[in-house]
Ligand binder design. Structure first.
Ligand code: ZN
Length: 266
């Protein structure tokens, strides 16, 4: 049995692929909680990857240099993965991940992507049910200092109250996720003002709607900020988005003034 098939065996507890009868593989349900099982899984997946990606035709296109088209600031949340936004992330995305998708948490890396690799797009993506946002909204005074410092740096506008019902709380989380992305975009536009002014960089803020809160499907990416512009009519006309069809714009662009009516009551 080829090595990769070994780990597609449903009797193997570390199998990445479930038996789907020819359908797309499902997300593994295994909750690995020990280091030995975790590293076994990593090595198995790496071996399967190598078998699926021979040197010729895959690595040989970018052995000499990397030429990514986007720098991405993404939350480290394990439910946020590159494959949701890029079918071929190798040599395409210069990724900078941290909890809460904070631009200033690793400016060195972001600037390396923008200024050294000169990616024309800086994409900052927040997501629904963000654990960092929720932790920042909660009492985090008893967490270790470095975690407190990171959470305090988020500066969220919507504060949860003891009497909040679930819907109100969830709305506030969403408001904060979007507000946080806007703040990160604002900081990035300030930092790379020359690149933006020269037309060499667009900073795009977006929401990864894992939970289908906005009704366009689980996993839909919604754009609501392009280099500081958030007005929906201007986003529709924005040159960075000109290659999107009207249908794609309708599905993808998010009017945050309508999507978050609760924001005015907080
Ligand atoms: Zn998150």
């Amino acid at each position: 049995m080829p090595f990769k098939d070994l780990f597609r065996d449903r009797n193997n507890p570390f199998s990445f692929f479930s038996d789907t009868g020819g359908k797309k593989p499902k997300t593994p349900k295994t909750h690995i909680r020990t280091a030995d099982a975790a590293i076994t899984r990593v090595i198995a997946d790496n071996m399967a990857f190598m078998e699926d990606h021979p040197l010729e035709g895959f690595f040989d296109h970018f052995l000499d240099q990397q030429t990514p088209f986007a720098t991405l600031v993404l939350c480290s949340d394990s439910r946020c993965q590159l494959e949701a936004f890029c079918s071929q992330p190798f040599n395409s995305i210069f990724e900078v991940s941290n909890a809460g998708n904070r631009f200033k948490a690793d400016m060195f890396s972001v600037s390396f992507g923008v200024k050294v690799l000169k990616t024309p797009l800086l994409l900052i993506i927040g997501h629904t049910d963000c654990g960092a946002i929720k932790a920042a909204m909660a009492d985090h005074s008893k967490l270790d200092a470095e975690i407190q410092a990171g959470l305090d740096g988020l500066n969220l506008p919507a504060h949860s109250q003891p009497g909040d019902d679930t819907a109100t709380y969830n709305s506030k989380v969403l408001v904060n996720v979007i507000a946080n992305v806007n703040a990160q975009v604002r900081a990035a536009v300030d930092t790379y003002s020359k690149q933006v002014a020269d037309g060499n960089l667009s900073v795009v803020g977006a929401l990864f709607d894992i939970h289908n809160l906005l009704g366009h499907g689980n996993g839909k990416l919604h754009i609501f900020n392009v280099s500081g512009e958030t007005a929906i009519d201007k986003l529709h006309m924005h040159k960075t988005l000109r290659h999107l069809s009207d249908a794609e714009k309708k599905l993808t662009l998010l009017d945050i003034s309508k999507a978050m009516p609760v924001i005015n009551n907080i």
